[in-house]
Design a protein around this ligand. Sequence first.
Ligand code: DSN
Length: 444
Amino acid sequence: MDQIFNLIELEEKRQEETLMMIPSENYTYPEVMKAVGSCLMQKYAEGYPKRRYYQGNEVVDEVEDLCRNRALEAFGLDGEKYHANVQPHSGCEANLGVYNTILNPGDKILAMYLPDGGHLSHGWKWKEEKTTFVSKVFETEFYRVNPKTNLFDYDEIEKLAMEYKPKLIISGGTAYAREIDYKRMREIAKKVGAYYLADVSHEAGLIAAGVCRSPFEFADFVSMTTHKTLRGPRGAMVICKKELGHQLDMAIMPGLQGGPHMHSIAGIAVALEKTKSEEFKEYARQTVRNAKKLAEVLMEKGYEVVSGGTDKHLVLLDLRKKDGAAFDKSTSSRGWFVAWALEYAGIIMNRNTVPNDSGSPFYPSGLRMGTPAITTRGMKEGEMEKIGNWLDEIVQIVGKRELPEDAEVRKAYLAQFKEEMRLNKRIGEIGEEVRELCKKFPVG
Ligand code: DSN
């Protein structure tokens, strides 16, 4: 057997035996796997249904049409007023497709500051260093969360928008756990004559289920990935007002991409159909209940949950602070240390920046965790309590760790830390308890 299949088996085992708690990950449906692994991947279909550049597209035309219709139905949108493009290969390309629809090089974008929870594809740059292609092509500026509440400060966003005069304002990102006031964002955009893009990649499934607010009435464009709370395959979509639909299509193909991945589009269509069921709606509700419970358990233990809670599927912890008091310098970069220690116990979360982080993006102070995948397995509030307790124990085992500044000393120190965690008796025991818990909630 090709070694790749041994690796796939190992990965299946890893996904079965660990707690997948990275908020952007999920387990998809067997039917989605079947569609994505089908002969549809062998078809080239540049263009759009009934307007293809190659022959032999009569079947895939139907697949794409079904997917586009289901995309609108999933969010309760009228096909007379809205348009869906399901071809972007990823979330980054969905956003590039929007920029390519309405912006010219040099135009201005105003988006959320990445370390506060924004996304790279919104044009991130670090000071004057143009880190992303988007920041090289467009002028980009960022709004931050309120330093006291860690919430969107709409008055400040408005002030910045008035000064900066962007052509596009973006909301959404990767680590903002609170609802966004889409109406207010729309008003700000309107006031300065900007378009408004709501990137709902993280919460798309929650919006489809009616658990989170819907941005469609207010945004000119809504972009999303399909593999997070939507539980579909890797992929993305953009939905816009009908009058911008043709421009959007042209901006994505031929403007940005070649052939669409018809197998992924079929998988997205399967997942979208599932969002209509009561089972999916209950799944979305439980995902949020679980995240709220986890936040509550951690706050009761004195942890600093950024923004004081969550409205969604994710929780962001600022590990520098506990019991209201800021820890000293030795707790910056704690996200790195805790995430590794958790991994040795089979709890997979990710280190993350937090607002006003004193660490760096690679060694940040925060920890991001999400409930979509473990809720797909059937876990509920009781399990969240267990996870909160394990997390607390592990943070205490890690203790305070100062990141050495010298690169060589740091390398040796981090390797030694990992070994210490790997061999830690209690972390080993927690790993065993995690495996037992996972057995009770089989995948699929
Ligand atoms: N990588 C995704 C996340 O983890 O949120 C966003 O692209």
